[in-house]
Design a protein around this ligand. Structure first.
Ligand code: G3H
Ligand code: ZN
Length: 286
């Protein structure tokens, strides 16, 4: 995963990171990636992982690898404690996003470094570790209220450099003006800040843009040009899935077979994944 991210950074394209909480969603992501010859990164947040099951997610990844023959990586997304990060490393995840960004700077460093060390001790030393610095507001939903950002939310480039040096992370998630979920207002990414952070970090540390849903395409492209190598998408998938499912339920009131009722929802999700992969330039990379 680190090698692919390094390649993406050098060549100015980005891998997509797509969240899933069900087998069918995982398959939709993998199928979309396989059809476009893109690496697949599937994330489970703490809630999504608890719903799907950690061992189940790992087993499904293994089955999909065999079935589709493409690089598939499983990321433990936004893990808020060292313990849950360690648990998913032990479960066989390829990657962990340890998100201690709500803690004071020094505590964030201490906890993140502990996860980096733990991943290195584990026999799977290729596990990729992502840390987070800055305050990314919101959750993966359609926001009903305006969320105000404060200047302190944004990642400070010098602190980012220090954070990376002291923790040894492979990837850094940064806060640059967007929020999780689809916001009421159009976000305005601070592209110059991305460029400044990128210029201060070693080339093999990838920059991650979370909260990619609802960000206009031109801003996504500018963020990639400035050095973003991985973009997280969740709400756009959730919205596409639930909109299609609601329509299916309303239009097929006599149907009770779940796999028939949610087929259009899975297709809607797959369509979004493909659109994002094309936007990110992640096509024909494998
Ligand atoms: O880690 C997950 C993502 O940052 C998803 O954010 O729901 O705004 O796409 P999003
Ligand atoms: Zn996120």
């Amino acid at each position: 995963m680190n090698e692919i991210l390094y390649q993406a950074t050098k060549e100015h394209w980005a891998t997509g990171h797509f969240n899933a909480s069900e087998l069918d969603q995982m398959r939709a992501i993998v199928e979309a990636c396989a059809e476009l010859r893109s690496p697949a990164i599937i994330g489970t947040s703490e809630g999504e992982g608890a719903h799907l099951g950690h061992a189940e997610a790992v087993a499904l990844r293994d089955v999909f690898r065999k079935e589709y023959g493409i690089p598939i990586f499983l990321n433990a997304d936004h893990h808020k404690s060292v313990e849950s990060a360690k648990r998913d490393i032990d479960a066989g995840y390829d990657s962990v996003h340890i998100d201690l960004s709500a803690l004071p700077f020094e505590e964030n460093i201490t906890g993140t470094r502990e996860v980096v060390k733990y991943a290195g001790k584990n026999q799977k030393s290729t596990i990729s570790i992502e840390g987070e610095l800055g305050y990314l507001r919101g959750e993966s939903k359609i926001q009903r209220e305006k969320i105000e950002l404060s200047p302190e939310d944004y990642t400070d480039p010098r602190q980012a450099k220090e954070f990376v040096e002291k923790t040894g992370v492979d990837r850094l998630a940064i806060a640059v003006g967007n929020i999780h979920g689809i916001s009421l207002d159009e976000p305005a990414l601070d592209i110059e800040r991305i460029r400044a952070i990128r210029s201060l970090l070693p080339g093999d540390v990838a920059l991650v843009l979370h909260a990619g849903s609802g960000v206009p395409d031109d801003q996504i492209k500018a963020a990639i040009a400035a050095g973003i190598a991985n973009i997280h998408i969740n709400t756009d998938l959730r919205a596409a899935y639930t909109d299609a499912l609601k329509k299916s339920l309303a239009g097929n009131t006599g149907e009770v077979a779940m796999y028939k009722l949610d087929a259009s929802a899975i297709e809607a999700m797959k369509k979004i994944v493909k659109e994002k992969l094309i936007l990110f330039g992640s096509v024909n990379k494998i």
